[in-house]
Design a protein around this ligand. Structure first.
Ligand SMILES: CCCC(=O)SCCNC(=O)CCNC(=O)[C@H](O)C(C)(C)COP(=O)(O)OP(=O)(O)OC[C@H]1O[C@@H](n2cnc3c(N)ncnc32)[C@H](O)[C@@H]1OP(=O)(O)O
Length: 311
């Protein structure tokens, strides 16, 4: 796998590369499962490809913000098997996007995602296949969360089941008025399996997570803001013709955090990610290594030359 600029620099220049290399290996190997856990990527990919339908569309923009669209409108953007494979490929592309700074994850045609395609769920309803699918999705969504991009889930309409889990694989969630995030797993006789419970606990705490999963509660924008699941509320357009307005609002929101050169924004994401995921001493050492990639770099030198003041 080709590493992004920051990662390449770190691998070359890190004086304490051991920690960082371990972090990178965890990131680039798919993070959670590999062959030592009995995970066979080729086998599950082939199985998932058999459940076709829909697509995951990636649009990289000059601004450094990419838009990833879950596209299966006739099934309320449910994830077919081939879309799971498609998502993994698009995450690989984003891992190699050296100019990238931000990512918006959205659903097509006015709704976010209704989770697993229930037709595929029925066809692979034995625990072995279910767990393999979970491993595949946990790897992909962990890599999505660990991208060196600041990511936002733009939730319009419904985010149900695996769709709710997908929102937790982004750094932020913006909810359009009228939208709902709901972990409906309990109603399906399930619990989250795409890593959504583990991530939810880290976002809203264990008390709120127990309530959301145990009660399969509907989270509307106000409730989302109250418990910290939503980071902002956007006004949904009243007419179909204005459908692009929400995406524009999300891009404006995100651009507050992605303004600046890509290596600096990517470094921001890396230090926060390591702070969240690593023990304190390890996070500090990683922060020092990331610092070394920007200190004396082009953006730093330019700022020094301008004698910048921050009034
Ligand atoms: C580890 C992952 C666990 C999971 O994700 S389990 C899956 C959890 N998700 C669900 O159970 C969602 C089930 N669907 C629903 O509740 C409703 O369809 C939903 C999304 C509220 C939309 O309701 P309505 O607006 O009334 O529309 P509708 O029911 O007529 O749906 C339109 C068409 O979409 C289809 N659809 C919706 N969600 C689906 C899904 N997850 N898998 C497969 N097909 C799905 C639905 O069957 C319908 O198709 P059709 O028009 O009858 O051919």
């Amino acid at each position: 796998m080709v590493l992004c600029a920051v990662r390449r620099h770190l691998l070359r220049n890190s004086s304490n590369g051991g920690v960082w290399v371990r972090l990178l290996q965890r990131q680039s190997s798919g993070c959670v499962y590999s062959s030592i856990h009995g995970f066979n990527q080729e086998e599950i990919t082939e199985k998932l490809q058999a459940f076709a339908g829909g697509s995951i569309d990636l649009h990289k923009q000059e601004s450094g913000i990419a838009v990833l669209t879950v596209n299966n409108p006739s099934r309320m953007n449910a994830f077919s098997g081939s879309m799971m494979v498609d998502l993994e490929e698009k995450v690989s592309q984003l891992e190699n996007w050296t100019d990238g700074k931000g990512l918006i994850v959205q659903g097509a045609a006015g709704t976010f995602c209704s989770g697993s395609d229930l037709n595929a769920v029925r066809a692979i309803s034995n625990p072995q296949d279910g767990m393999k699918m979970c491993m595949f999705m946990q790897n992909t969504l962990t890599r999505l969360l660990r991208l060196p991009l600041i990511s936002v889930a733009l939730v319009e309409g419904r985010a149900l089941g695996g769709g709710a889990e997908l929102t937790t694989a982004c750094d932020f969630r913006l909810m359009a008025s009228g939208s709902v995030i709901q972990f409906v797993h309990k109603y399906m006789g399930l619990v989250p399996g795409w890593g959504g419970a583990a991530r939810l606990v880290r976002i809203v705490g264990s008390q709120n997570s127990l309530k959301l999963l145990g009660g399969a509660l509907k989270v509307d924008p106000d409730f989302g803001l109250q418990i910290g699941l939503a980071d902002g509320v956007l006004t949904a357009p009243q007419v179909k013709e204005e459908a692009g307005i929400l995406l524009q609002q999300a891009e404006n929101w995100l651009s507050h955090y992605t303004k600046g050169p890509a290596p600096v924004i990517q470094a921001v994401k890396q230090v926060v990610l390591s702070g969240k995921e690593l023990p304190l001493a390890e996070a500090m050492r990683t922060e020092k290594d990331v610092f070394g990639t920007v200190w004396g770099g082009p953006a730093n030198l330019q700022a020094l030359a301008k004698n910048s003041k921050h009034k």
